[in-house]
Design a protein around this ligand. Structure first.
Ligand SMILES: NC(=O)c1ccc[n+]([C@@H]2O[C@H](COP(=O)([O-])OP(=O)(O)OC[C@H]3O[C@@H](n4cnc5c(N)ncnc54)[C@H](OP(=O)(O)O)[C@@H]3O)[C@@H](O)[C@H]2O)c1
Length: 355
């Protein structure tokens, strides 16, 4: 039996995880947490909001599935890594905002990070057991979101409702908007850098509208390996929770005979500047990715409220990065302070740009 603590149990990832845990007698849900919704009775230990580290202390989990959205997921990630407990990681913001410190805690704690993001789960499987120096580079695929093919000008009037209509994935609102701006792929780029210890110049992003290929690995002899499957998060969630085993799932097998469209193209970084902003913040290091993440969270929330124009999300992120002096954060408290400072700057910039 594996004891699972599920954080973010009411969300898109959380509810799919509940389905997987419920169907697998080897997985025991010992604790669950949400941000605001009532989850009493869902698990022997439950908590709504607040500091989740005391809950994790009491739960003594074998694996923590962190499916909280946003910077709020950081303390639980740090607790898990510091305790050497396996971390099934959906909360990509943890590795974006706190990558350097989280990686140090991971190495020291000695547990495993089992990525839940579909691209990183795919990359993890493609890289498993492979010598680091045989790998040339990693390729992350992006669906391109609902606005793929539009120019910067054509994006000025798009609404939150349109942004939430993702063509291939059904996800929570924040990540769906991040997919529409391509910030999601930027966050994933930074996440991949820390997860797989690859420099940014060896991580490529390509647009692949059908989301069937989740990631590719280029090897040094020019061979390329790809990971395929229908876009369904139950596969990576199941793999992260059952690793190193592999459970059966109720996900439809890939129908090759029906024909597959494997189309790839370069992302349009002129229309979707968030991807380049994320790459630059990742390369700058220190707390630049933390600032990028905080500004993005503020801008996306204001866009979802219907007040901020879509292209202004990137403007808020860029303005906040330009206005903030980064530091080499020494601990989680310093990251929390940097996150708060960046949010204040982003909120001020947002007020200038609202409708
Ligand atoms: N959805 C996907 O397919 C997908 C794919 C790859 C990666 N991810 C990543 O997975 C994470 C979750 O995404 P999602 O789409 O599942 O989001 P979501 O549907 O919006 O769910 C977010 C979850 O986080 C909880 N939460 C928010 N603030 C919290 C806090 N302070 N303490 C404890 N719980 C809190 C929410 O609880 P309440 O409901 O009570 O507010 C909810 O359970 C994100 O980092 C996202 O980038 C998601």
């Amino acid at each position: 039996m594996k004891r699972v603590a599920l954080l973010g149990a009411t969300g898109s990832i959380g509810t799919q995880a509940l389905e997987i845990i419920g169907a697998d007698p080897e997985l025991e849900l010992v604790a669950a947490a949400s941000g605001s919704q009532d989850i009493e009775g869902l698990a022997p230990l439950t908590q709504v909001g607040g500091d989740l580290t005391a809950l994790l202390d009491r739960a003594e989990p074998d694996v923590v599935l962190n499916a909280i959205v946003g910077f709020a997921g950081l303390p639980a990630t740090f607790w898990t890594l510091e305790h050497g407990v396996d971390l099934a990681l959906a909360n990509k913001e943890s590795l974006v905002a706190g990558g350097e410190l989280a990686t140090a805690a991971w190495k020291k704690g000695g547990g495993r990070i089992l990525p839940v993001d579909s691209e990183h789960s795919a990359a993890f499987q493609l890289l498993e057991g492979r010598e680091h120096d045989t790998v040339h580079s990693l390729v992350l695929t992006a669906s391109g979101g609902p606005f793929r093919g539009r120019s910067r000008l054509e994006l000025s009037g798009v609404t939150a409702r349109e942004a939430l209509a993702h063509p291939t994935w059904n996800m929570g609102p924040k990540i769906t908007v991040d997919s529409a701006t391509l910030m999601n792929k930027g966050l994933e780029l930074i996440e991949a850098h820390f997860l797989f210890d690859l420099p940014y110049e060896r991580i490529e992003v390509v647009v692949h509208p059908t989301s069937v290929v989740h990631a590719l690995v280029r090897l040094r002899d020019a061979a390329v390996l790809a990971h395929l499957g229908y876009p369904d998060m139950r596969v990576p969630i199941s793999y992260a929770l059952t690793f190193p085993e592999r459970a059966t799932t109720s996900v439809e097998p890939l129908d090759l005979a029906a024909g597959l469209i494997l189309e790839f193209s370069a992302p349009d970084e002129e229309a979707f500047p968030c991807l380049a902003l994320a790459r630059a913040a990742g390369e700058a290091g220190r707390t630049a990715p933390c600032v990028l993440n905080a500004a993005n969270e503020v801008a996306v929330a204001t866009f979802l409220d219907g007040r901020l124009p879509f292209p202004a999300i990137a403007e808020v992120v860029e303005g906040t990065l330009n206005a903030t002096n980064t530091i080499a954060a020494g601990d989680l408290d310093e990251l929390v302070a940097m996150d708060a400072e960046a949010r204040r700057t982003a909120a001020a910039l947002t007020r200038e740009l609202v409708h």
